[in-house]
Design a protein around this ligand. Structure first.
Ligand SMILES: [Zn+2]
Ligand SMILES: [Zn+2]
Length: 418
């Protein structure tokens, strides 16, 4: 930038700003206002140039040498003089593990108001003070700590609050960690997730024996605490790819799940060891496999079951009267099932009729009035109702085809494909 070639448009703009605010600006604020007008490596450099040409063209050297900035209240001096190192040391002291981060800041309303006033007088809108502070701190931390800035999904959000008296006030917000895996539930009688007592809503009362819950344990409670502990988190949420009833086992390759760990201090986990630990702790009850770290999008992805997902069940069925092997063959005609929302879930699910296909069915007679059915079907078909008919709400059903009441007495999920 050569003094000999002062751009008249830039000079005019600088003089206009000088007139408008009738006060002084710091070098950074001068530079930021001109960041779209002049080239330069940073706003400090641009600002020095503007101040220089103003000093040459006006006699207001006093004002230009004045240290106080009308716009930013000298916030940049505060940012540059040591606070960056304090931020770094604070983060190091916290022992938080992160590879990506994002810096945010809060600045006094007065500064924002003055900035808006000045910007309203300009033809173009320069970058905001906030954005520049965030970027400068971000650049410093990248260089010093080797972590990367991530605008969409950072591990850590570093919030610097300048609102109180220009003292360093730092908040470290840890974004959740997502661990995906598959679980097998080897016993009946436990729900997938923690089931709060319906009388006290989890506070603890006489009805639930002051436990706050209806079941002593659940798949979630058997798995999640070990993951939370490993990641040094504070709590978690359990997301399953659908769920089986409490009295149904989940066998085969298991059901996909995602555990969302809140505020994890640690992000590099030894998942093989963690899996072994979980399986040892829950031997005979619950098993996990295929543990891996995933992005937050998996939380909702695993929940979307469509008709392209299918499931395989094993059902033990009791009949009111014996049916001959020949007559059992009619069960192979089960194809498209029209299923109205079952009575047992109608209090919490919309009342509608779903169409789901049975893709394959194998029948084995275990006893005169007992069958084993292996049913492969589209996701979302209620199996107990497929068998009982649910008072003609499911059509056709095992009951209607065999012309004798049929009841599912045992059910296992053998495979969940999605
Ligand atoms: Zn300033
Ligand atoms: Zn209770």
């Amino acid at each position: 930038m050569n003094n000999a070639e002062i751009n008249p448009i830039i000079l005019e703009k600088a003089l206009k700003i000088s007139d408008t605010i009738g006060s002084t600006l710091c070098t950074r604020c001068w530079g930021r206002i001109f960041s779209q007008d002049i080239e330069g490596t940073n706003n400090q450099e641009r600002g020095e140039y503007i101040k220089q040409i103003l000093m040459e063209k006006t006699c207001e050297n006093d004002n230009l040498n004045n240290d106080y900035c009308y716009i930013c209240d000298n916030i940049f001096q505060f940012v540059e003089n040591g606070i960056m190192n304090d931020i770094k040391n604070n983060i190091l002291d916290s022992k938080v593990e992160f590879s990506t981060f994002l810096v945010g800041c809060r600045i006094p309303a007065e500064i924002i108001r003055k900035q808006e006033y000045l910007y309203s007088k300009l033809d173009s809108e320069p970058e905001s003070i906030k954005k520049e502070i965030n970027r400068e701190i971000g650049k410093f931390l990248c260089l010093e700590m080797g972590n990367k800035v991530d605008f969409d999904n950072p591990n850590l959000v570093i919030m610097v609050d300048f609102k109180t008296n220009m003292t360093l006030n730092l908040e470290l917000q840890l974004n959740p960690l997502f661990v995906e895996g598959r679980y097998r539930k080897l016993i009946r009688g436990i729900p997938q997730t923690k089931w709060p007592c319906r009388k006290c809503k989890g506070k603890g009362c006489e009805y639930c024996n002051y436990t706050g819950k209806l079941y002593m344990e659940s798949v979630e409670e058997l798995i999640s605490p070990l993951i939370i502990k490993e990641a040094h988190g504070i709590e978690s949420k359990f997301h399953g790819a659908g769920r089986e009833d409490i009295d149904v086992r989940m066998l085969g390759n298991g059901r996909p799940f995602v555990v969302e760990v809140k505020e994890p201090q640690k992000r590099t986990l030894n998942l093989t060891e963690l899996g072994k630990k979980i399986n040892l702790y829950n031997a005979g009850k619950v098993e996990v496999s295929d543990l891996k770290l995933v992005g937050k999008e998996r939380r909702s992805q695993i929940k979307t079951s469509s008709t392209s997902t299918y499931k395989v069940y094993r059902a033990i069925v009791d009949l009111d009267k014996e049916v001959s092997n020949d007559n059992l063959k009619i069960l192979n005609s089960l194809d498209v099932i029209e299923q109205r929302t079952p009575l047992r879930v109608s209090h919490r699910r919309a009342d509608l009729i779903r169409k789901r296909r049975v893709r394959d069915l194998k029948v084995k007679k275990l006893d005169q009035e007992r069958l084993e059915l292996i049913i492969e079907c589209e996701g979302g078909l209620y199996i107990k109702e497929l068998i009982s008919g649910d008072e003609f709400r499911t059509k056709p059903s095992v009951t209607s085809l065999l012309q004798t009441p049929a009841r599912c007495v045992e059910l296992d999920v053998l495979d969940v494909q999605n």
